[in-house]
Design a protein around this ligand. Sequence first.
Ligand SMILES: [Zn+2]
Length: 176
Amino acid sequence: MWHLRARFCPLCAAELAQRARQGRARLCCPSCDFVLYANPASAAAGLVLDGDGRVLLVRRSIPPHRGQWALPAGYQERDEEPRQAAEREILEETGLRVRAGRLLDLLFIAADERKPANVAVFLCAPRGGELCAGCDASEVAWFAPGALPQDLGFGNGHRIRAWLASLDQGAGDDSA
Ligand SMILES: [Zn+2]
């Protein structure tokens, strides 16, 4: 994880050193007291459903889980609301404009080669645009709930099925 291998203070450029702070070893600046808190990043993902209840998935063209199918998702910019982040990432990766509605879940994704992240998953409805694989995606397609691909990255197959089942139970009050 690159952010735990930082060497120099981003504020004053002095060399960072491991120090005990709040019960953990953290990278601290001996010169200006800056502490590098390696907090999880924030990200947003969309469960996009079309009028037939099919799920929009992208085949990832970048690590991790390169070559596997996943929900369109990405990191939140510092001036974005979580729903805006989901809508932007979905447009970038799939070409579709969507409206992000109900918050379905908040997942914690442990660190891999990237930072750990909290991922807000929103139920999304298409509003326009044209389906086409964009950033970080080699393919984009709709899948019927009973025919989800086997190679779903991040172990997300069971999560997607659980969200779809919960939506079926609450049918009638969905307002994505
Ligand atoms: Zn410093």
